[in-house]
Design a binder for this molecule. Structure first.
Ligand code: DAH
Length: 338
């Protein structure tokens, strides 16, 4: 039996040396180590080996099985290595990798998000309204007379049914006051506005504003100043100076334009007009009260402040962008700078 085992080992290893594919290797494994394989049948003969020889024959059997198993594994490994080499043939691993550029938020989105975050911390909730508006929501309720230039067909996109593309986000003030149940109202409304402007470096026919409104009993001009000074210092830095310049808007009285003193990229500090604001005109509360048919916005009881700012302009100032059209052209050479 020992010599038989030796023979199986030497013949087996010799056969293995000639095997070059997986199918042949599997056939060989079955023929030797399988259920009916040569080594398996011999092992069955262990029963008949005299007891004093069992240890020697058993050890030999194990030795042969180990040798052949290792032989099979070696060939298997060699075949796998050859297969791997084949599959990467022609692949130059010294070539530089392909870049996978990462995106970033649009400068306008970033400005808007920062403004929203800052104002939400002050208790302002997000509100919105339709971009296609009625004349009443966009103008009449905001105390804007019929002959006001903003209502001119030359300046405003009118639809055939008399509605229009809102010329400012101030219409959201009206939408909100029409629908809230009770005071206080403390909202901000970022969104698009439309004007029939000649398109140039500082004008687009669609632009972005952010509206704010705070109405309650005893809201004062001091609240307006404190809120907006804080807001602009959060946006532009603690040392930013903020100035309120008397102005006129139909829907606020008194009204102001807000200038901030800023370092514009590459220029000396200068005052830049950045927003409009004021105390809500009682005529607006009167219009709202008539529309609601209740006294929640009784002009003798409530006061409020409102403000509106141009987000495109803000982004342009902060980043030193000289042409507003860059903001909508999606030129990656521009966008990649942010
Ligand atoms: N709606 C004005 C505009 O588009 C901006 C504005 C001014 C909004 C004063 C306000 C405000 O809420 O109080 O030019």
């Amino acid at each position: 039996m020992l010599s038989q085992l030796d023979q199986i080992q030497s013949e087996g290893l010799a056969a293995l040396a000639t095997i070059h594919d997986e199918a042949a290797l599997e056939n060989f494994r079955v023929a030797v180590l399988g259920k009916k394989g040569s080594l398996t049948s011999i092992a069955a003969g262990m029963r008949n080996v005299p007891p004093d020889q069992k240890a020697v024959v058993g050890a030999k059997l194990n030795e042969v099985r180990t040798a052949l198993t290792q032989g099979i594994e070696q060939i298997q490994l060699a075949l796998q290595v050859a297969k791997d080499a084949e599959s990467v043939k022609g692949l130059d691993i010294t070539l530089p990798g392909r870049p996978s550029p990462s995106g970033a938020l649009h400068p306008l989105t970033r400005i808007r998000d920062k403004a929203i975050q800052t104002l939400r911390r002050l208790g302002f909730a997000l509100a919105d309204g339709p971009e296609i508006e009625t004349e009443w929501h966009c103008f009449d309720a905001l105390n804007t007379p019929a002959d006001h230039p903003a209502r001119n067909e030359k300046d405003t996109f009118y639809l055939p049914d008399g509605r229009l593309l809102r010329t400012h986000t101030s219409s959201v003030q009206v939408r909100t006051m029409e629908t809230v149940k009770s005071l206080p109202v403390r909202i901000i409304a970022p969104g698009a506005a439309y004007r029939r402007d000649e398109i140039d470096a500082t004008h687009l026919s669609v632009f972005n504003q952010l509206e704010g409104l705070y109405v309650d009993k005893n809201v004062s001009l001091a609240d307006l100043k404190g809120t907006l000074e804080y807001f602009f210092q959060e946006m532009f830095g603690e040392k930013t100076q903020v100035r309120f310049r008397p102005h006129f808007f139909p829907f606020t009285e008194p009204s102001f334009e807000i200038d901030v003193k800023l370092e514009v990229k590459g220029q000396a500090d200068k005052w830049i007009e950045i927003a409009g604001c004021g105390m809500v005109d009682p005529a607006v509360f009167t219009a709202i009260s008539q529309s609601r048919g209740d006294q929640v916005f009784d002009p003798n009881e409530v006061t409020g402040f409102a403000f509106g700012l141009g987000l495109d302009r803000l982004a342009m100032i902060l980043h030193g962008i000289t042409d507003i059209r860059h903001l909508i052209e999606n030129d990656v050479r521009f966008l990649a700078q942010f």
